[in-house]
Write a protein that binds this ligand. Structure first.
Ligand code: NAD
Ligand code: ZN
Length: 375
């Protein structure tokens, strides 16, 4: 109890001033039901020549769907269907880039990602790597990219991650799972068409949507909070509550979830995520647990850090009859627990945001193990 009081004091401690980050934003965005059909017109002025194709990286869940027929393919453009079953890897990005370079005489005019966080991240990474030498693994980190990316467009088909606005692309590399965080990462254009969210399976809708809810809770309760992050975070939280607890039409719900994801992403851009993300990175590294569900698995046990958020989360789970898997960590060895704990403790800015500069006083390996054991 005393410790938690110290924590509150630390959270309210006066923050030091500047220098402030000069944050890039997505310069162009279209929002509206059916806006996907404006893609052809949007791409036209960006086409460099008949030999410089547009490459569409599309979630293969859309194979044989009418969305594929609506893609404005011209000249040598190519549609590449990619499975979102696994998180994007640096090797996968490198392979895509070398195939594109071998198959075409000119660099693409544009890379268009159509899908969830997985496809959006792949599109951002491929666009960057077409103009930067070597393997994408060399660019995992902060501000390691030097050359501008190829023009890239993001079109989300499931909402929550905020990948459509973020300055990162999260990749699993040979040594680490880390984003390419750079000023060249954000999309040049985003198309937000809520109609594309039709057909998302309910569990996945919930898990990815909760990623957004958790972004808001972690941002709004963090020590890095400022008026910029707060203004976006509060709006996103309000929208999440309408979507997951309110009584609104499906069409309204799709519109609002899409905007919640956008605002949630903007909120963490200028602050940081917190405990659930730090711990879910450990799960994902060791067990390959996907981002959305991994956050939910951890978040349900974080009432001591986020009491109001966890209470709301439980209400949302109940309302939508979501059953999270149990016993995920039941049979892990000490070595496996230690791997997860090490990965999680390595997420220093997340812990610092969540609990202040002295976070390590509260977060010991034993503490993390006791939470992982509940999952
Ligand atoms: P996802 O892209 O992994 O897709 C989840 C599932 O939903 C897949 O099976 C996919 O095929 C399916 N799906 C997507 N749209 C659909 C539709 N309209 N109809 C039917 N099925 C559909 O989902 P996600 O949760 O958006 O993304 C997770 C990924 O995002 C992770 O790789 C994570 O690392 C990354 N991420 C990135 C950022 C960032 O800022 N760059 C932030 C958070 C998460
Ligand atoms: Zn997240």
């Amino acid at each position: 109890m005393e410790e938690m009081k110290d924590l509150e004091l630390e959270k309210s401690a006066k923050k030091t001033k500047g220098p402030y980050r000069n944050f890039p934003m997505v310069p162009r965005v279209v929002f509206g039901q059916g806006s996907f059909d404006q893609l052809g017109e949007i791409l036209l002025p960006h086409r460099n020549s008949n030999d410089a194709p547009v490459i569409y990286l599309v979630d293969d869940v859309f194979k044989n769907s009418d969305l594929i027929d609506r893609i404005p393919v011209l000249f040598q453009d190519r549609i590449v269907l990619i499975s979102a079953d696994k998180e994007p890897k640096t090797g996968q990005v490198d392979d895509l880039v070398s195939t594109i370079k071998e198959d075409f005489t000119e660099l693409p005019s544009a890379i268009v990602g159509i899908g969830g966080g997985t496809l959006l991240d792949l599109a951002k990474a491929v666009a960057i790597m077409l103009n930067n030498e070597g393997s994408s693994a060399n660019y995992q980190g902060w501000d390691l990219v030097h050359n501008q990316a190829v023009y890239h467009v993001g079109i989300p088909t499931i909402s929550g991650t905020g990948a459509e606005v973020s300055r990162t692309t999260v990749l699993l590399g040979p040594e680490k799972k880390l984003g390419i965080n750079s000023d060249f990462t954000p999309f040049d254009q985003v198309i937000l068409d809520p109609d594309l969210l039709h057909g998302v399976p309910k569990d996945q809708w919930f898990y990815t949507g909760m990623d957004c809810f958790i972004h808001c809770v972690e941002s709004l309760n963090g020590t890095y909070l400022n008026a910029f992050s707060q203004s976006y975070g509060e709006k996103a939280l309000e929208l999440c509550e309408e979507v997951f607890l309110g009584d609104i039409s499906d069409s309204d719900s799709r519109d609002k979830l899409m905007m919640a994801s956008w605002h949630g992403g903007m909120s963490i851009a200028y602050s940081q995520v917190g405990v659930a993300h730090a711990m879910s990175y450990g799960l994902s590294y060791l067990l390959g647990t996907r981002h959305g569900i991994g956050n939910c698995l951890v978040f349900q046990h974080l009432e001591e850090f986020y009491p109001e958020g966890v209470a709301k989360f439980n209400e949302m789970m109940e309302k939508h009859d979501i059953q999270l898997p149990k016993g995920i960590c039941a049979n892990l060895t000490d070595e496996q627990f230690n791997t997860m704990i090490k990965v999680s403790l390595g997420m220093v800015p997340l812990w610092e945001n969540a609990l202040g500069k002295n976070w390590a006083k509260y977060i010991t390996p034993e503490k993390l193990r006791s939470i992982y054991e509940k999952i």
